[in-house]
Design a binder for this molecule. Structure first.
Ligand code: ASP
Length: 324
């Protein structure tokens, strides 16, 4: 019996066309055109639902939460679900759903780097790959997956690493989970580092600030003025920040705002290694939280979810202490 797969469309280049003189823009035809994609209907019984038709820079954390609620409310009738999304923020939405979804059925994100007007389309192939992965019983219980370029990645760890190439999505730290070959879907590994943080509400007033050499404290001051609940600092290396922003960091914490340090390097964890002023060990001693290997945009989303679940910052601190 064919598996039943729901394709949920949200927009992105996969649903766009060149419309001179405006450039590449969203197109209304995609949801209908999907059902005519070669091979798709041989693979599974396909149903399509248009959730949105947005460029992914328009997707907000609130939209991600709505999407998660939609998935949990509708997946019971299907064997698996494929979500098409713009590539720009795909890794954020996929990670958000990985944290909050209750289902263990396959939920697979896919996208395209090329619009329907380009030569050598990647969209149809990626959708077919995603449907094959969503229909595969080995995809159960692996968390939210991302299929691009015949590869399977885990949402938590995947990164868009290139602005234009069709092999833009990689898992730089740990490698892909599996591949989609013409004869079968093969998993080589799975992630043992999965968190489930189901929530019905989120707190969006969380900031992300990247550390750069010679920076001053203007962004930290703005976070304080905006009433942020937490500030994620994308620090250098093992989690080190420039000394001139330390007074502003202390000021945030004195105002009950959590400060979490992650690394701006592509891979690797932050660690209390350096004891000089601004080093990770020093920061931990003054009350800054070290955020493990998670990258800045994903830590920001995780904090939105944590503050949605636990409005008390001390519970958020405790959770992070146990789970980083
Ligand atoms: N700007 C597009 C988007 O994220 C890029 C893409 O989908 O590849 O919506």
């Amino acid at each position: 019996m064919k598996k039943k797969i729901l394709i949920v469309t949200t927009g992105g280049t996969i649903a766009m066309k060149q419309n001179s003189p405006f450039g590449v823009v969203p197109d209304d035809e995609f949801t209908r055109a999907l059902l005519t994609f070669p091979h798709l209907n041989d693979l599974a019984a396909i149903h399509v639902h248009e959730f949105a038709n947005l460029p992914s820079p328009y997707i907000t954390p609130q939209k991600m939460l709505e999407l998660a609620k939609f998935v949990d409310a509708n997946i019971a009738a299907y064997d698996g679900l494929v979500i098409t999304h713009g590539t720009d923020t795909l890794e954020e939405t996929a990670y958000f759903l990985d944290l909050v979804l209750q289902t263990e059925k396959p939920v697979v994100f896919t996208a395209a780097m090329r619009s329907a007007s380009d030569l050598g389309l990647d969209g149809p192939r990626n959708i077919v790959g995603a449907v094959r992965v969503a229909s595969n019983r080995d995809s159960h219980g692996k968390g939210v997956l991302v299929v691009m370029n015949d590869e399977i990645h885990y949402a938590r760890d995947v990164v868009k690493t290139d602005s234009g190439k069709t092999d833009a999505f990689l898992t730089p730290a740990y490698g892909l989970l599996g591949i989609i070959d013409p004869d079968r879907v093969i998993y080589y590994r799975q992630s043992y580092f999965r968190e489930k943080l189901h929530t019905t509400t989120i707190e969006t007033n969380i900031d992300l600030i990247k550390c750069v050499s010679g920076m001053d404290d203007r962004h930290l001051v703005a976070s304080l003025q905006a009433g942020a609940r937490a500030v994620v600092l994308e620090a250098f290396g093992r989690g080190n920040i420039p000394p001139q922003i330390i007074p502003a960091v202390r000021n945030l914490m004195e105002n009950n705002i959590l400060v979490i340090v992650v690394s701006r390097t592509y891979t690797g964890r932050v660690l209390p290694e350096y004891g000089y002023e601004g080093g990770g060990a020093y920061l931990e001693k003054i009350g800054v939280i070290l955020g493990g290997d998670l990258k800045g945009p994903k830590m920001r989303l995780k904090l939105m979810i944590l503050f949605g679940k636990f409005p008390d910052p001390e519970r958020v601190r405790e959770y992070l202490r146990q789970h980083n």
